[in-house]
Structure formats: C-alpha cells, structure tokens
Design a protein around this ligand. Structure first.
Ligand SMILES: O=C(O)c1cccc(C(=O)CC[C@H]2O[C@@H](n3cnc4c(=O)[nH]cnc43)[C@H](O)[C@@H]2O)c1
Length: 266
C-alpha cells in the first residue's frame, strides 16, 4: 500500500524524519507549506506523479477546549470544513427580542445600543443583530460534484477509516504510560488563526468543532476530487482563542502526533 504522508512543515513530523521516514519504501512524505493553497498545490502534484492508495495528513492544531481536549491531546478528523465557504447573510437584522426572529447558530448579537435608535426601521429603541459569518448559507453549486455538503465547504472523512485509526493509535499508545486523550471529531480549516474569544465562541456555536488548522479541508478536498481515502490526525499545540504563546506547547504536540503516526504507518 502506497501512503502519502502530508504535513505543512518539516517541524511537525521532525521525529519521524530523524527516524528515517524518507527512506521508508511505502511512504512518500510531502511537506506542503502552510495554508490551503500550498496544500492543494503540493498534494495535487504528488498524486499526479505517483500511485497513491491513502493520504494521511498530520500536524499540530488548535484545540477547542469545549470538545474536552487540551494541549498535547490527539484528534482524528471525522470531517473538515472551510469555515468561509457559502453565501453571506445580511450584515444587520433586527433583533429577535423585538421582532421574534429566531437566531441561527453562529449569529452574534451585539448588546443593545445605549441610546434609542431613531430613523431606519420603526423609530423604536432597537438593538441590532450582527452576524459574524458562521455558518454561511450553502453555495448554490457543489464544490465537488455530487457532494452536496461541499456547498458548505464541508468534507466528510471515511468513518470506518477514522474509527480504525483512532482504535489503532489508542491501543498502541496505551502501552506507553502517557497522560493524554484521543478523540475523533469535526475539524475546521481557517486562513486566519482564531485569536479572540468572540470568534472562538461563534465557531463553537456554529460547528461544535474539536480542532482548528490551516490545511485540513484543502487536503480533504483534493483527496475527494481524486477519490483517495484520507485520514487527518493532529495533536493540539494550543487552545483556540486568545493567543498567548506562553501557553503553547509545540514540542509536545509534535511528539504526540508522531507517536500516533508511528502507530499507524505500515
Ligand atoms: O506565532 C508563532 O511564532 C508561531 C510559531 C510556530 C507555529 C505557529 C503557528 O501558528 C502554526 C501554524 C501551523 O500550525 C497549525 N496550527 C496550530 N495551531 C493552530 C491554531 O490555533 N489555528 C490554526 N492553525 C493552527 C496550522 O495548521 C499551521 O500549519 C506560530
């Protein structure tokens, strides 16, 4: 079986590189660079150049604490999604408490203005709702033919593969005395790293995610276009939210994701 192992940076799989992963005959390693375009470009080139039976994307990511995971924990993706795909809602709407509008998940409500609103709708003292963009309405066309979920930038990963991968990693790592958690869940792909509580909360409300990265949905998208089985595994280097670098632990996340890969690779 020919495995394409994909990581955004060498740093993220350095322990495997030092072990000689590049010499492994069944595994081709691609370092794509950070972000969706770099990932799509490198992955497409590699798939066009050689027979690929399975793609494994691995790396570090930001964990959503609300999913019950912490720095150093491992997550296997059930799905990955470009958060910005779709059709935007109107910027401002009248708030529900006045007009009975039921908020959609992800709609963000500003506090009422501290003064009566005059002009505009009906001259009453109003508060406004502001939508921060999640979730959008679906696009009116598929990004991947016959995959209606791709209209929302969403890619489902093979549940059998995800389940088996989690099981193998968990079994293998149980032999080591590590304090860590492994879960499977829904991943998000961003181009702007989330760095405020407001955006984090809106993402949680809209998508109930467990992990955020800058590449996952792009790899899932390309794998889906080529109909190649795809697994995504990340270990958390940080919690999503206010960016405090002293709380990050990239070395721990790299060590953990490489332990997971060692368990999985043939
Ligand atoms: O700010 C720095 O100095 C710095 C140093 C090393 C790495 C970074 C990153 O931001 C890593 C981006 C890289 O890792 C993934 N990643 C990790 N955490 C997150 C996150 O909270 N949100 C999105 N992506 C994250 C991502 O896939 C990139 O490949 C910064």
């Amino acid at each position: 079986m020919r495995v394409l192992l994909v990581a955004a940076t060498e740093m993220e799989i350095m322990p495997l590189i030092e072990q000689g992963i590049y010499q492994h005959t069944n595994v081709t390693v691609i370092i794509t660079g950070v972000g969706v375009i770099n990932t799509a470009h490198s992955l497409t080139k590699a798939i066009e150049a050689q027979k690929t039976d399975i793609i494994i994307q691995a790396g570090i990511g930001g964990a959503f604490e609300s999913a019950g995971i912490d720095v150093g924990d491992i997550a296997v993706a059930k799905s990955d999604r470009y958060i910005h795909t779709g059709v935007e809602h109107h910027d401002f709407r009248l708030s529900s408490n006045i007009h009975g509008h039921t908020p959609r998940p992800g709609e963000f409500y500003n506090s009422p203005l501290p003064f009566p609103h005059t002009g505009g709708y009906d001259n009453s003292p109003l508060s406004f709702t502001q939508h921060v963009g999640y979730p959008n309405d679906p696009l009116p066309f598929d990004l991947v033919k016959d995959q209606p979920e791709s209209r929302e930038g969403l890619f489902f990963l093979d549940s059998d593969l995800t389940g088996k991968s989690k099981y193998i990693i968990k079994n293998n790592l149980s032999k080591k005395s590590l304090r860590y958690k492994i879960i499977s869940g829904d991943f998000l792909t961003v181009s702007t790293i989330t760095a405020t509580s407001r955006t984090k909360d809106a993402l949680i409300q809209a998508f109930l995610p467990c992990m955020e990265s800058m590449e996952g949905a792009a790899a899932a998208h390309v794998a889906s276009l080529y109909n190649i089985p795809f697994i995504e595994i990340r270990a958390a280097s940080n919690l999503v939210g206010i960016r405090n670098k002293s709380d990050w632990n990239i070395p721990l996340a790299v060590e953990r994701v490489c332990l997971a890969l060692n368990a999985l690779l043939p």
